[in-house]
Design a protein around this ligand. Sequence first.
Ligand SMILES: [Zn+2]
Ligand SMILES: [Zn+2]
Length: 460
Amino acid sequence: MKFINLTRRTEIGANSYYLEIGRHQVVLDCGMHPKNTGEDALPHLKAIADREIEAILISHAHQDHIGTVPVAMRRFPGARVFMTEATAEIGNVLLHNSVNVMTRQREEIREMSYPLFTHREIDRASERWRWCPLRQRISTAGERAPQRERDALTFEFFEAGHVLGSVGILLRAEGKTVFYTGDVNFDDQTIMQAAAFPEEKIDVLIMECTRGDHAKPDGWTRPGEERRLAEALGRAFERGAGVLIPVFALGKTQEILAMLYKFRRESRKLSGEFPIYIGGLSSKMTDIYDRRAHITGRQLPRLQLMREAAPFILNDETVRDAPLRARHVYVLSSGMMIPKTLSNVFARRLIEKPQHSISFVGYANPESPAGLLREAGTGGEVALDPDKPAQRIRCHIEQFQFSAHATREALIDYAKRLSPKKIVLVHGDPPAVEWMRAQLDADLPDTDVIVPVPGVELEL
Ligand SMILES: [Zn+2]
Ligand SMILES: [Zn+2]
């Protein structure tokens, strides 16, 4: 078995992994870096340029996992592409949006390789995606349960509890088993239900490490955190605040809308109507959550977010002059407040006004605008857009923990239950990955724990 980390650095970037089992060669995920641009936004596909990739398996439709699939399909025209139906539906919307973003960036940052693919190419590519149900063995030739064929490579999808459509992937070939967690959550969220992962013996575990550098806070529970957010909103409304919540369009938007819907019904201070705003891409993804609500294993299966949370929609233009009002909640992407996105543009209008609030609810790269803003805090100074002057932060800054990722404690527990021969640690900033490595080395002395150097082939 061979493995190459195609992510360019040890980080959460353009996540992608090459795996070779016997004569089978596959790629797991093919993301786009959320912050970098040009060549640096792509996985290191040149490291596998001469290989015969037979399949590309996609864990979920976040940009950092699916964002450059059309590029990989062009480079490996013989590869079959597999994902869940929900991931295909969301991925299609996400990639079309990505073409628009790249087309704009071509002018703004003079990135002449952009757009990396076209709307037409996405339409053609997505017609070739194959949708796979959960918990069914499928061969990379696209056949169901091919147990007869002894040298087939089969894969099986397991619910990952991260966002709609997300899966972990179990691969089997030549008597060997590999399990790739993708992005996982072992706890229930407000909409998503906890992961249901395999508990059988496996040889190699490829595991995400997003939260490896954060201990689970003492006494933290999701319902407790929901109450804390409701109370913070109540206080903000009392002082006449508008509240900005930066979110990812996929996942966090829908989780927050579901919470706000619950607050309106359950909290006395927040009862009645308070207007909610989301972005256009978020509304398309929310539509998909709504359409699939009854066929998804989830909480609140009858809740139709677009109808019942009834958000108003902002776009690139209206976000610049939409009124910033008391008792309004602006749930805007991107989660890391990348320059020119709705949350970034809106935050620049808001941060110098002391009555308002920005509430962070999940992961942000420490060097991203959201990371810098959080670090500077009220009273500090921040340049949210490098093209614009820095600003003094006068608004309230609050932090909540609604991560869509497993706690490091839950990841370690899972690894201990499987106690595989090898664990490959991916999808984490260096401190996160290093904490996980040290902990697993101590807890599983017979397991070989590996942090794969980007671009270097490993024999597993
Ligand atoms: Zn994700
Ligand atoms: Zn990810």
